[in-house]
Design a protein around this ligand. Sequence first.
Ligand SMILES: C[S@@+](CC[C@H](N)C(=O)[O-])C[C@H]1O[C@@H](n2cnc3c(N)ncnc32)[C@H](O)[C@@H]1O
Length: 213
Amino acid sequence: MTAEEWTTAEHVHRYLDRADAFPRRAEGESVLLEHVPRNARRILDLGTGDGRLLALLQSDRPEMLGLGLDLSELMLEAARKRFADDERIELVKHDLAEPLPASGRFDAVVSSMAIHHLEHERKRSLYGEVFELLEPGGVFANFEHVASPTPRMHLAFFAAIGEPLEHEDPSDRLLDVESQLGWLRALGFQDVDCYWKWLEMALLIGVKPAEIG
Ligand SMILES: C[S@@+](CC[C@H](N)C(=O)[O-])C[C@H]1O[C@@H](n2cnc3c(N)ncnc32)[C@H](O)[C@@H]1O
């Protein structure tokens, strides 16, 4: 299993304690929020963690119904605490290495810093499942930790976020932006691009065509 770290309290709390401290993160997230329509009703969050992204989306989409998937019971506990008594948000334990559960269609599928934990082949097949789950016209927005083009730039990223390289997450399976954009285009997504990027943090977006065929 590639995501074992996320089952330990130390790893989970270490991430949650500094989730707000990633430089420029709020900027990237704000671009994501701009591209998820305000009237999106059903939103799926892949690797929801403590529900950070669902909460951001919910702040100006009070009617939305969110489904957050995550493998980590500790993360789901934190998310359940965040959304206690909020019936608009459903949280389900699911390993993204396995096919997505059948849960109907979504107006938007989002993810934040999660899909890079999957093997590359699974990233690609997951993108295909996302395409199938989206309503026509639906948007896929993946705020992601991506690979640097060179080892020197990888070191520079860790220096910029104030982390020693030894703290690199062993479950990271970083992949470059271009390969992922190419997969999204090949799957049939439109308007595919990297909408925001700072070093190894990038926002990849594609829209399912409103009319297919
Ligand atoms: C860096 S955290 C990001 C959490 C949250 N999306 C956020 O932006 O704060 C990565 C999340 O991906 C989840 N994750 C990693 N591998 C996973 C897998 N195979 N299936 C489901 N969730 C996974 C972890 O449990 C963790 O919650």
